[in-house]
Structure formats: C-alpha cells, structure tokens
Design a protein around this ligand. Structure first.
Ligand SMILES: [Fe+2]
Length: 345
C-alpha cells in the first residue's frame, strides 16, 4: 500500500493519501485548500489517479480542498449523510464502504465533535477525524457538538477496536503523528473518566477560543458544489420534471453513474443503464459504449447520480467528446424523487 501523511502547518491538519499501487487509483482524506497544488504534484510523482476525496466532517478551522480537487482531477467527493455541505457526490451512512482499486474503507458514524463526524476504518488503522486525537479528543462546543454523543462514539465504537489498530487523527498540535487504540485507552487524559457524566464535565470545562478561521471556513465548506452551476449555465442540465417527460422515449437513454451500494440502498430510475462514474472516461473513447450509443445509435444521453455532482462532470466530459445532445439531471436522484419521479428497487 502507498500511504502518505501530509501536514498543513497553518491549521495543524493531517491529510492522508492512499493507494494500493503505483499507476493505480488513489484516495485522499481531509485535504486542505491551500495544499492542493502539493497533493497534485505528489499524485503525479507517484503516478496515481485521484478518484475519491473524503472529508471526515465539516471543518471549522480550514477550507476544504474537496472542491478544488474535484475540479482539477474530476474525483468524487465523499462526506457523511448528516453533513450540511450543500453538495457532495456521495453521502455515506454508518457501515457504508468507500472503495477504490485494491482498498476499502468502512465509514463509522462517530458524532460528538460535530453531528456529521465519521471515522474511516481499514483492517490495521482508523482515520478518526476530530473524534479521537492523540492524547486528546475534538472539542464539542460548536457545530452541533455533543459530549454525550462523543462519549458513545469513543467508548462504544472506537475504543472497542483492537488495541493495535493504528490511530490517524485529522489534527495534532504537539507534533505526534500516529498512535494506537491501546495507547490512547491507557494514556489519553480525556479517556480516564469513570462515566459519561465525568466526560461531559471535562468537555464543558474546556473554555476554548473559537478557531481563527471559523467564520470563513464553515460557510465556505458548506458550499462546495460549483460544477452544477457551470453546467446549468451552458444549457446542459435538465430539471427532474423535464426528465420525467423523457422517460420511455426510444431515442433517450438515462445513464446511472452511481456505485452498486448506492443503487441498492436508494433505488434507481427504471430502465436506466449503469455506467459507474469511474468508467465514463473510457466509455467516451472512440469505441466506448457511451460514444457508440451517442454517435452511432443517435441516442440522447441523460446522466444522473445521487445529487447531480458526478453527472455534471460526466456531461462536461461527454460534450468535450463530441456528444452535443448529452444532458444531466440537475440535483440528481434526490431532485427526481422530490419531483415524484418513479424509482425502482
Ligand atoms: Fe474539526
């Protein structure tokens, strides 16, 4: 496995880059906007293709690199289903899996620091966001933080992992880089409490100043979806209502870009063809399926995904590949369902 821990000095944030091999797919956890050039350079140096970028939660102390990375690499952005970030490509729930070639992370819902905090588990390590820090825990006094929920996330979930599980947090302010569950159980001062009441008392007596970036970072991180506005401006988007009228027309094909897990969980538009987002690029090449359907069979391709982010990127790629009739459903399956569009399970 290729594993890199990167550091942003301004916000003391750790960002993690993972891949199973050189020349393959990569995933990044908690990227920082100001460091995006560095990530892209490293991806190029290691010959990696970034396909997914995850934020463990809505950050208050730095602006996320999710949108910039998505624009520059066309990667999929991932956050938890509770997040208030307006548009992310995939929203995961507890127990969902986030996969790339050769690697799978399990999403663990670990609220407390915020109500959208997730940890991501691999067989030997866990990315704990701001839920569990090295010899500390994330503050619980803003962004719907809740010390009781955090106690449950820590004692009920993370500390039940095997003692030798490596702990990689989203921040460290002292220079530590990695710990283990066993070490934190034994030496983390915040975890030496006898009850949830003790823990709540500890957390309520911290009186911390607000993060310097908070007033800038939270609003910025809640608006991370620009691709759809650009695509709508070019006339390549259709509304869900319009999409409903096209259902069943023989010259129209709806293309579902989501992953199997999402299709099973949320259903799909009847009659749609499945082309996972990751395969779109290859499928738009001269002899690819989408190119054949669009050009040779003269079908109008209508892309859709969960919220419209992946389909906005796919319709741009299709237009660049010469499929001038290609469109996407603005707002994705979510907008479709709100418009009363049929969904098959
Ligand atoms: Fe945080």
């Amino acid at each position: 496995m290729i594993f890199r821990q990167l550091f942003d000095q301004t916000s003391s944030t750790y960002t993690y880059l993972l891949a199973s091999r050189h020349g393959g797919e990569a995933l990044i956890v908690d990227p920082v906007l100001e460091r995006v050039d560095r990530y892209i350079q490293l991806l190029n140096e290691l010959d990696l293709r970034l396909v997914k970028a995850i934020d463990t939660h809505l950050h208050a102390d730095h602006i996320t690199g999710l949108e910039a990375l998505s624009e520059r690499t066309h990667c999929i952005t991932v956050m938890g289903e509770q997040t208030k970030a307006d548009v992310v490509s995939i929203r995961v729930g507890d127990g969902d899996r986030v996969g790339i070639e050769g690697l799978t992370l399990e999403a663990l819902y670990t609220p407390g620091h915020t109500d959208d905090s997730y940890s991501y588990l691999m067989p030997d390590r866990v990315f704990t966001g701001d839920t569990l820090l090295i010899r500390g825990t994330g503050r619980t006094d803003f962004q719907n933080g809740d010390p009781r929920a955090q106690y449950a996330s820590l004692f009920g979930r993370l500390l039940k992992l095997p003692d030798d599980t490596l702990v990689y947090p989203a921040h460290d302010y002292k220079g530590d880089t990695v710990s283990t569950i066993g070490e934190e159980k034994a030496f983390n001062p915040r975890l030496q409490v006898k009850s949830v009441e003790d823990y709540v008392a500890v957390m309520e007596n911290l009186t911390l100043p607000n993060p310097k970036m908070m007033d800038v970072a939270i609003p910025a991180n809640m608006r991370i979806g620009l691709a759809q506005q650009i695509v709508a401006g070019k006339g390549w988007a259709i509304g869900a209502e319009e999409g409903k009228n096209l259902l069943g027309q023989s010259d129209v094909i709806l293309i579902d870009l989501r992953e199997d897990q999402e299709r099973r969980k949320h259903g799909l538009i009847p009659g749609s063809l499945h082309v996972p987002y990751q395969d779109v690029e290859a499928s738009l090449k001269a002899d690819g399926l989408l190119q054949l359907l669009g050009k040779a069979a003269e079908k109008t391709l209508i892309f859709y995904c969960a919220f419209g982010e992946r389909s906005a990127m796919a319709v741009q790629a299709a237009q660049e590949a010469g499929l001038v009739n290609a469109r996407h459903i603005h707002g994705g399956l979510q907008a479709w369902q709100q418009a009363g569009g049929p969904v098959a399970r």
